[in-house]
Design a protein around this ligand. Structure first.
Ligand code: GP9
Ligand code: MN
Length: 428
């Protein structure tokens, strides 16, 4: 009810971090290209298998400051059972997924105040999703309307030929290739979300497309994980070249993020061989890192930034780059570039990670030694804060409370009936 939304508003306003004045508004009016790296964990970055880089292209982005990318190496995914859908919800709304199920499915008709709608209303952006799977997967065709997503290029827009479709959908290379004219067809400025798919469990890539030998742990998912990662990496290089050719590279904000882990804790034995150390519960928690890599036109690379954060912090960061002050909006994350950014990363089960220590299944560990520690008063207080924050986010979703919240005078509630998706002429 209205008391609850007021409590939530007070909480997020209090957590809010003021923008970094040097970066506030630098990306205003620029096209934004958001690239979803399916199942991509940070340990792949600069990892060598058989003495070879697995992802040489992504490595070049994080290692060569001349390319203009800034790499955050302490970002964690915060997803649960909603997997990809949780990552989408979190990055476009700065609210947490639900502890069970997928909010995309169970809360698909809620009112949202999402980044695509805000960008459209404040700065005339067109938003589009590109994905080589059919529109109803994860209930996307319903929830995207609530987010105010203008165009949804789902599988019905692509050539879903037998040889190009694998696992959940279109292979990443034809996906990116065919997306270029669709991207060019959008009114500018646009906010385009490219959702890759091939690097998804069980990591199948046809032999003729595999350009790195599998790992040799004997655990099939772990072994082929590197091959689909390589394929994804090559597809990104192809896409960046095509963006350059289309004149869409230089002046665009381009960012990439991993959505969630690809190797679960059921593969700890094999992962011990990969990482070279025992995968303890502490170590497994550290493996939940996903990359966040961003290029902002006119802003030099800051190299590798070690600040701690989560997917929850992406929307607050983007809003400020656009010059939209975030304080009015209900957001549980904070701007990663802000001095006031809060460096604790909550997970759905109430655990959390800070730069100094990690809470894993309720046990506290020192990050430096990996040893168990007795929590201090302050740590326990932080734990309560995390639980409170998650509870407020759940209340917001379960009570559909954004119905009762108006961020500012300019905000107009999104009308889902205004949106239609799917290519009538394509495959259903
Ligand atoms: C399907 C794709 C996979 O469209 O997004 O989702 P995931 O299994 O990772 O949630
Ligand atoms: Mn996924």
């Amino acid at each position: 009810d209205s008391d609850d939304i007021t409590e939530i508003e007070n909480y997020t306003k209090n957590k809010f971090a003021e923008p970094n004045p040097e970066l506030f508004g630098v990306a205003k009016g620029k096209n934004i290209i958001k690239i979803h790296l399916e199942s991509f964990q940070t340990f792949l970055i600069n990892y060598e298998l058989h003495g070879e880089e697995v992802t040489p292209f992504l490595n070049s982005l994080v290692n060569d400051p001349e390319l203009g990318f800034t790499y955050f190496d302490n970002i964690f995914h915060q997803t649960e059972q909603g997997k990809t859908a949780d990552a989408e919800l979190i990055t476009d709304n700065s609210i947490y997924g639900l502890p069970q199920g997928s909010a995309f499915v169970t809360r698909g008709t809620n009112t949202y105040q999402s980044l695509p709608a805000i960008l459209n209303q404040q700065q005339g952006y067109t938003s589009a999703i590109f994905h080589g799977d059919y529109k109803s997967f994860w209930n996307r065709d319903e929830v995207y309307k609530q987010f105010g997503i203008d165009v949804y290029f789902d599988a019905s827009y692509y050539n879903m030929t037998e040889e190009n479709v694998i696992n959940y959908g279109l292979l990443d290379k034809p996906f990116f290739k065919e997306s270029i004219p669709m991207l060019e067809s959008l009114d500018e400025p646009f906010y385009a979300h490219m959702m890759t798919l091939t690097h998804h469990h069980p990591y199948i890539v046809p032999e003729e497309l595999a350009t790195i030998a599998p790992a040799e742990t004997g655990d099939k998912s772990v072994d082929t994980y590197f091959q689909t990662a390589r394929y994804l990496d090559e597809s990104l290089e192809q896409f960046f070249n095509d963006l350059k050719e289309a004149g869409l590279y230089e002046d665009s904000v381009i960012f990439l993020y991993g959505d969630h882990y690809g190797i679960s804790k059921n593969h700890n034995r094999a992962m011990k061989e990969i990482i070279g150390e025992e995968i303890t519960p502490f170590k497994n928690a550290q493996l939940q890192r996903v990359p966040f890599i961003i290029k902002i036109p006119g802003v030099e690379s800051m190299g590798t930034v070690h600040k701690y954060g989560g997917l929850i912090d992406i929307m607050p960061t983007l809003l400020h780059l656009q010059g939209i002050h975030g304080q009015d909006y209900i957001q549980f994350g904070t701007d990663l570039f802000s001095e006031g950014h809060k460096e604790y990363v909550p997970f759905r089960n109430g655990d959390y990670i800070t730069p100094e220590y990690s809470v894993v299944s309720g046990t506290y560990y020192d990050n430096e030694t990996g040893e168990e520690i007795e929590p201090t008063e302050e740590m326990l207080k932080m734990k309560d804060e995390v639980l409170h924050e998650l509870e407020l986010s759940d209340k917001l979703l379960n009570g559909d409370l954004l119905r009762f919240y108006s961020p500012n005078e300019a905000w107009k509630p999104v009308d889902p009936s205004q949106y239609r998706y799917g290519n009538e002429t394509g495959v259903p």
